[in-house]
Design a protein around this ligand. Structure first.
Ligand code: ARG
Ligand code: ZN
Length: 894
């Protein structure tokens, strides 16, 4: 009775077709028996009809071998059910009944990492979005919420630990060296939040006392060798639990909270009720093996999954079109948490850089979709930067429009009103509207229209009337789902900088007593296609500081002069806009270099000295956050520069940016070297904001200096590599050495790479970083290098982290090599990527589909490059048996 495994179901699902479920599943009783090579799942579901007569009920099920089926303890005859195309169809089911099924599954063969699978020695599950149907027949949709009891049995020696959601209610020994455990989850939940784990795991334990005084046991399960890397995750978890109580009034609701780390995982982590399952990369951390970015990622992801307990689990999504309801909100929550744990401005700068480089590119490409899409072919393809990061920006705008008190009132109402329900993004916005009396009807367009709005701002100053006017228009380019956009509701946080500082703001028609006490900062709300804002009593023509804190996910066009940007960079009160002014200034200078390059004049190019002057002043500024200084000195990435061009020439961008960077390195040699020399290599590692900032600045300086180093600088770099007491410094030194174009560095880099591998080969996560740094190496020969990495013993062809570290990093973060190809074959980078996608597609379609992204951007390049990229997409498309995941991406981008 095995079903067709390769159901290439390319049907599109539409939001407008949503229908509430015909049956509820009041209780779900699972018995999962794990044996070597096969497992058996018995399910007893209590189904209750929700509406009028139902002639057929279709349950989802994929890759299941049906062994037995009964309704109310009676075996079904052939005319009472049928199996077709991923469905078990019950014919004329009763109004209320118990469905019993027994299926056989093969976790060891499951390379899709969805459903029940085996990662190294651990059996684990991943059910979101539609993986539960690979475990048993079910109504696999988030609006079917059930009371789950899970019995797991397995060999005690292989799997001493047996975990599932909720509370442990029973355990014991069986014959033949087997044992069992029974877990019950008292909270009704959709099956995508189901989880079970079985394996030989070690545990780190702690506990947390909630605001109302309940004790919660906290357990992090890892392989024994990783037990020394759990402290940071545990501390982050406790911080997150406290923060959610303080900031959102949300307490944890079970007596136990568990995290399990597995090495093979498609994403970062998963918020299964009471039993979060994590990619090892998002939970394990210790100073010797983990970079600052790694520590921050662990803190952020642990918090993110924990916060889902309310924003996602207690209140869940009605259907998968609502994914951003839980993801956008939860990313906003974790970003604010990380901001509170560290430096808010730094966190904002990092998030915005990511959003503008990668989400904006998605919004401008063939896969552009609104944060609430109207249709999809494969929901796994919609775990995107748009749903997550842009979704978070939209929640941030709502939070800022309401202010902290009202926003908290609104989220309280949302959680209270919808506790235990599966709801929509409208429900979320409605709660915020209800507490504030605000009209969000225009705002709602952020949920339904894709694309990045562009603001064009023009200003006008009248010396006689002392009036200063901002004329603002908005427009949004067409995206696949909608050509003609309606205006968005765009909050524009702003101030005006005069010669002597910030100018008091008074809009025309505004009464004096209406003015806020701090009236140098204002939020203008644009809701129409064009609006003008007139400020009165403005003593001089100011420089406007617009979109402070990046108050909306838009592109801003304003004709800033370079002198305006210098003023903003040095004197704006908004930290984000100081950074932004530096980015604009640097971008302008790099674009000058690009222009010189296209005229064959790059050799004679000298950058605008105002950029250097700003950097020099920033390096001397007292009290400036070291991390902010580092980010302000950092030139815009090649990816970000590319986003700004009408036709992308990645090779020219690499050359131009490199030229400017080299010039800065030379001109600022002294102060940059001073940063390096003042750095205390022996200081014990702590992942605090201040220390992270010091390392970031030092390593930024090192990267600059290693562009054209003398022997003394190379020696210093090697010294840092050898004496580093933490992975941040060790990896940064190795990276600077490997990426340097200098023969002084090139001579020793191979040996240092080999030494590093020899030292860390048993630490899988460090090996990932070692692979990634080589995949990112922008020096010539990139394609040959990544091909060699695939053949290296450290590479594991089925492990998503390894694939991402080599293939993903190469295609996304090494543009000069990916687009440059080899001497013999300029298309070699594209061909390499397509080969990898094709090889992976049948094994792990989710990861394969994700890897395709860089090729989908082919329209952004010149005819020849674009054509070659397109050619590889065609090749992928014609792969026999291509997954629906890859098929959706390829067909939408051709
Ligand atoms: N909900 C998880 C998180 O963001 C991610 C789930 C990934 N699911 C998937 N089908 N790839 O925390
Ligand atoms: Zn999430």
């Amino acid at each position: 009775m095995t079903q067709d495994l390769s159901s290439n179901n390319s049907d599109t699902v539409y939001l407008k077709d949503y229908q509430s479920p015909a049956y509820a599943i009041e209780k779900t009783d699972l018995d999962v028996a794990i044996y070597p090579g096969e497992s058996f799942v018995e399910a007893r579901l209590q189904l209750v009809r929700q509406s009028g007569l139902v002639s057929e009920l279709a349950l989802d099920g994929e890759q299941l071998e049906l062994l037995a089926i009964e309704i109310n303890s009676q075996s079904l005859s052939k005319d009472q059910y049928r199996l077709d195309d991923g469905k078990l169809v019950l014919i004329e089911p009763p109004e209320r009944f118990e469905l019993y099924t027994k299926v056989r599954i093969q976790p060891e063969q499951n390379t899709s990492l969805e459903g029940l699978y085996r990662s190294r020695t651990i059996y684990c599950t991943q059910c979101e979005a539609e993986g539960f149907r690979k475990i048993t027949y079910y109504l696999d949709r988030p609006d079917v919420m059930s009371d789950f009891t899970t019995r797991i049995s397995a060999a005690k020696s292989e799997c001493p630990i047996l975990l599932a959601n909720g509370n442990l209610v029973e355990q014991g020994d069986l014959t033949d060296g087997r044992h069992y455990a029974v877990w019950h989850d008292p909270h009704k939940k959709p099956c995508y939040l189901f989880a079970l784990v079985a394996g030989d795991l070690s545990v780190m334990e702690d506990h947390f006392v909630t605001a109302s005084g309940r004790n919660v046991d906290l357990k992090i399960y890892v392989e024994e060798k990783d037990l020394d890397k759990c402290d940071h995750a545990m501390a982050s978890l406790k911080n997150a639990m406290r923060w959610d109580e303080e900031v959102y009034g949300r307490e944890y609701d079970l007596d136990i909270f568990m995290i399990v780390a597995v090495d093979d995982f498609n994403m970062g982590a998963m918020e299964n009720k009471g039993l979060n399952i994590f990619n090892t990369s998002c939970v394990l951390a210790k100073p010797e093996t983990t970079t600052d970015a790694g520590f921050q990622r662990v803190e952020g992801v642990v918090a993110h999954e924990y916060f889902h307990n309310w924003s996602g689990n207690r209140v869940t999504c009605r259907d998968w079109f609502q994914l951003s309801l839980k993801e956008g909100f939860t990313v906003y929550r974790d970003a604010e948490f990380s901001a509170d744990m560290g430096s808010p401005t730094v966190k904002r700068v990092e998030d915005v850089a990511m959003l503008r480089t990668h989400q904006f590119a998605e919004d401008a490409g063939p896969m552009a979709h609104p944060i609430r899409p109207a249709s999809y072919m494969e929901i796994s393809n919609f775990y995107t930067l748009t749903i997550y990061e842009k979704g978070a920006e939209v929640v941030r705008m709502l939070a800022n429009l309401l202010g902290p008190e009202l926003f908290r009132k609104g989220t309280d109402l949302y959680f209270e009103r919808h506790d235990g329900q599966a709801v929509t993004t409208e429900d979320f916005v409605q709660a915020l509207a209800d507490v504030s009396g605000r009209d969000f009807s225009v705002f709602q367009r952020w949920y339904n229209q894709a694309g990045t709005p562009q603001l064009e701002v023009r200003d006008e100053y009248d010396e006689n009337t002392r009036e200063y006017t901002l004329h603002i228009t908005q427009s949004t380019p067409a995206t696949p789902e909608c050509a003609d956009k309606q205006p968005f509701h765009i909050p524009i946080a702003m101030g005006l900088l005069g010669d002597a500082g910030e100018i008091a703001l008074k809009l025309r028609d505004e009464e004096l007593e209406d003015l806020p006490t701090d009236n140098t900062h204002r939020v203008l709300e644009l809701t129409e296609q064009a609006q003008s804002f007139v400020f009165t009593d403005v003593p001089e023509k100011p420089v406007p500081s617009l979109l402070r804190g990046f108050s909306a996910p838009v592109k801003l066009k304003f004709a800033y002069s370079r002198d305006d940007l210098v003023r903003l960079a040095l004197r704006d009160s908004d930290g984000f806009n100081r950074y932004e002014a530096c980015q604009r200034l640097a971008l302008g200078v790099i674009e000058d270099a690009l222009a010189a390059d296209s005229g064959g004049e790059l050799n004679n190019f000298t950058p605008d000295e105002r950029l250097l002057a700003v950097y020099q002043q920033l390096l001397q500024e007292e009290g400036l956050d070291r991390a902010m200084l580092a980010y302000m000195l950092l030139l815009p990435s090649e990816g970000f520069i590319a986003e700004q061009q009408s036709v992308i020439d990645p090779i020219a961008i690499h050359r131009a940016r490199g030229e400017v960077a080299g010039y800065i390195a030379k001109a600022l040699h002294k102060p940059l070297l001073a940063v390096l020399e003042n750095y205390d290599l022996r200081k014990p590692y702590k992942p605090t904001a201040v220390d992270i900032a010091a390392r970031l600045l030092k390593n930024t300086a090192l990267e600059f200096l290693m562009r054209e180093p003398d022997q003394a600088v190379v020696d210093l770099c090697v010294k840092h590599l050898q004496q580093a007491n933490n992975m941040t410094d060790e990896l940064a030194s190795l990276t600077a050495l490997v990426n340097s174009r200098s023969p002084l560095a090139a001579d020793i880099a191979p040996q240092k790479l080999a030494d590093f591998y020899a030292k860390w080969q048993d630490e899988s996560l460090v090996v990932n970083a070692w692979l990634a740094l080589q995949a990112r190496n922008a020096n010539p020969g990139g394609v040959e290098r990544v091909e060699a990495l695939l053949a290296h013993p450290a590479f594991e062809a089925n492990n998503p982290n390894k694939i991402r570290s080599v293939v993903g990093v190469f295609a996304n973060a090494n543009p000069v090599n990916f687009h440059g190809g080899t001497d013999a074959d300029p298309e070699a980078g594209y061909r390499f990527l397509a080969d990898q996608v094709i090889a992976l597609d049948s094994k792990n379609p989710q990861i394969a589909a994700r890897l395709i992204t860089p090729l989908t951007r082919w329209r952004r390049y010149d005819k020849q490059r674009g054509g070659a990229m397109r050619g590889q997409l065609e090749r992928i498309k014609h792969t026999p048996g291509l997954s629906s995941d890859s098929n959706e991406i390829v067909s939408k981008s051709l």
